[in-house]
Design a protein around this ligand. Structure first.
Ligand SMILES: O=C[C@H](O)[C@H](O)COP(=O)(O)O
Ligand SMILES: C=C(OP(=O)(O)O)C(=O)O
Length: 331
């Protein structure tokens, strides 16, 4: 259950509850709230009940992710971005880091229209073991250099818990890919760091699966989490790579305090569908977008069909910021 304490006595009552239940159960405090697993109102001392504004008994398993414990938005600050604040955050770059020169050029394009984060995979989760697997640490170095030269933050995928210390040396944001959303060792490993984590929704993951995956990260002590909607598998993928579940954006925002980011590139998989769905992603109320760009998509080492060429990206990004500004003016 979650006990919402009156602010004036919250600290004293929390201390009392921690002393009484702390060794027996999972217990989390946030401002004037305290979540204690596995107890009922009848288990509480009378003075705690008297000091409570509310006793919430219907509490989800992913309690640290829940707005019931943490009502206000989480805002993540990286060197060049504020994610989950008032500004829309643009993350752009190639699917894979292909070479130092290429990612440098793509970072420059990303920056031209307001991106504050450059993306690129150095470890690639490919369907086939014979497809390009990424440049590894050399890719991380190239992406770091491209980010630094353009005053951008870096986001990159970490696929393996053993790689977490290596990727941590370079990146500002860990990306956990859709295929690894329930790789619990990996979630625990990034949860032990204090580096922001962008958790992509698994292809067949329910909302509760996403929230519980985020909870693994929070349970380790890392609360800098953002959730990425990148499309799910449904029944008809003849024309789109995945089904962009934009309903998930306001649902996640209602249930959790973490910023929600949209990935129209992986959602639709075809470049000419990316701009309209990117706009839909902005309209859904997301805090930001991650989008793939490439100057020669037909030669891309991964996901070329969904990459926006620079000119198309620049137009899309301009429209995305304009739409976000318009929506902000309505509030
Ligand atoms: O980011 C790259 C791709 O989305 C991912 O690696 C899977 O693509 P593939 O099925 O072409 O390997
Ligand atoms: C592999 C990626 O995406 P996803 O995990 O969503 O498939 C990616 O963004 O590079």
């Amino acid at each position: 259950m979650i006990i919402v304490l009156k602010p004036e006595t919250a600290a004293a009552m929390q201390a009392k509850l921690v002393a009484q239940f702390g060794s027996k159960t999972e217990l989390f405090t946030h401002h004037n709230r305290i979540a204690i697993q596995g107890i009922q109102p009848a288990d509480l001392p009378a003075d705690v009940v008297a000091a409570a504004d509310d006793l919430i008994t219907d509490v989800p398993a992913a309690v640290q992710s829940s707005r019931l414990l943490h009502p206000e938005n989480t805002v993540i600050k990286t060197p060049h971005s504020v994610i989950g604040g008032d500004q829309f955050v643009m993350m752009a770059g190639p699917c894979s880091v292909e070479s130092a020169d290429h990612v440098m050029a793509m970072a420059k394009v990303a920056k031209q229209r307001g991106a504050t984060v450059v993306r690129g995979g150095a470890f690639k989760p490919r369907t086939s073991p014979y497809s390009f697997q990424g440049l590894g640490e050399a890719g991380l170095q190239a992406l770091r250099a491209a980010a630094d030269a353009n005053d951008l933050d870096m986001i990159t995928e970490v696929m393996d818990d053993e790689h977490v210390p290596m990727v941590a040396k370079y990146t500002d944001i860990f990306q956990i890919g859709a295929r690894n959303m329930q790789n619990f060792s990996l979630l625990k490993a990034v949860g032990r760091t204090q580096i922001p984590v962008a958790l992509k929704r698994g292809m067949s993951a329910t909302i509760d699966d996403v929230l519980n995956a985020a909870e693994y990260i929070a349970a380790g002590g890392n609360h800098q989490i953002m959730l990425l909607e990148r499309g799910i598998r449904t029944f008809d993928h003849k024309y789109t790579r995945n089904t962009f579940d934009l309903g998930a954006v306001p649902v996640l925002q209602k249930l959790t305090h973490y910023p929600v980011i949209v990935d129209p590139s992986h959602a639709v998989g075809e470049w000419d569908l990316v701009t309209p769905m990117a706009m839909a992603g902005v309209a859904s109320g997301a805090s930001g977008m991650i989008v793939e760009i490439h100057d020669r998509p037909t030669e891309a080492l991964s996901d070329g069909p969904q990459a926006l060429k620079p000119k198309t990206y620049l137009k899309m990004a301009q429209q995305a910021f304009q739409l976000h500004d318009l929506m902000t003016s309505w509030n």
